[in-house]
Design a protein around this ligand. Sequence first.
Ligand code: NI
Length: 174
Amino acid sequence: MVRDILVWPHPLLKKPATPVVKVDDSVRALVADMFETMYAAEGVGLAAPQVGVLQRVIVLDTTPRQPESLPLAMINPELLTLEGETTYTEGCLSIPGEAEDVVRAASVTVRFLDTEGQSQTLACEGLLAIAVQHEVDHLDGIVYVDHISTLKREFIRRRMKKLQAQREQPRANL
Ligand code: NI
């Protein structure tokens, strides 16, 4: 089921998420919904707080619709190592239509539970390394605009308010 994606600055996007205690069918159902929601929105990553669930769950696919497509679901992800530095123009499904340069580590190692509850460790570089850091940030109540200048962030906040107002106007598709 495709779920609604919260738009920043929704208060739930600023709250830290809590660790998953047991990887059960309800967590697997959440993961399935998150993949469906992410692909429908044409994103490469999604964190549970973006669909209003304050649990430490993220999904990623940095090469969607390609033969090498690798859907990754990470439960309770933890960054073990961060190395180097890189700048990438990031967007976010919770901040539609915007993109800004963000400086992050160039490569990371992440430990997480998979959907069977098994512990995995994955070395990531390139877009995957950036996406993992972006999504783990979401679990700590941080969005990419928290990493840019106040001025740019306030411009984006204003545009999101306008967007939100437009969305809340009554409408009918006849
Ligand atoms: Ni995001």
